[in-house]
Design a protein around this ligand. Structure first.
Ligand SMILES: [Zn+2]
Length: 188
């Protein structure tokens, strides 16, 4: 559910889905309901920015990137910490220490699925203490949800547009790709 203000009427409304292009914002008020087109100026979805903003200053680097939500197709912000597997309280700082990441690489998994490097890196959902802080910092964006894949609950990203769960596999795959391509991921 997304809350926004219709500035023409001053009403606060709740949308089921919102997507946007350069000129318009498209709103659906329920699953399978028609889509309404509004000019950008008419709608204030600053709520979304608020959901993406930490409530307090992160005590460790929180990395962010965007991916297309599989459910609503909007760009959804993904947040995670990244720590070394050989010391789960030490954050990866660019340039990443490739020797350490490779020394804890899961070679067997990598051979089974060469698409992912399986470096020795922990991400959101791996470290209870860090997860707790992430849940407190981003209460609207990160939630403990049940995962069908691993049959348990853990802290994961929630799409700020439609509420769909963005599980750990997505983050792990992306983070491995960023490390491999030596990309300096922006922090919050
Ligand atoms: Zn979505």
């Amino acid at each position: 559910m997304i809350h926004f203000i219709d500035k023409k009427t001053g009403q606060a409304k709740t949308a089921h889905l919102i997507r946007e292009d350069e000129n318009y914002i498209y709103v659906r008020f329920g699953k399978g309901k028609p889509e309404y087109k509004y000019s950008r100026k008419r709608i204030d979805i600053k709520d979304i920015e608020e959901m993406r903003t930490p409530l307090y200053r992160p005590p460790f680097p929180v990395y962010k990137y965007f991916r297309e939500c599989y459910n609503c197709g909007n760009g959804t912000m993904m947040l995670t910490y990244m720590t070394y597997k050989d010391n789960p309280n030490e954050s990866l700082i660019y340039p990443y220490d490739m020797n350490r990441l490779l020394s804890k690489q899961e070679i067997f998994l990598h051979l089974m699925n060469p698409k992912i490097e399986y470096y020795g890196v922990n991400i959101l959902g791996d470290n209870e203490a860090y997860d707790k802080i992430m849940l407190e910092m981003f209460p609207y964006k990160i939630k403990r949800k049940f995962s069908q894949t691993i049959q348990t609950e853990y802290a994961m990203n929630i799409c700020e547009h439609c509420g769909a769960k963005q599980g750990k596999n997505y983050v792990y795959e992306a983070v491995n790709r960023f490390i491999k391509d030596k990309i300096n991921i922006p922090v919050v």
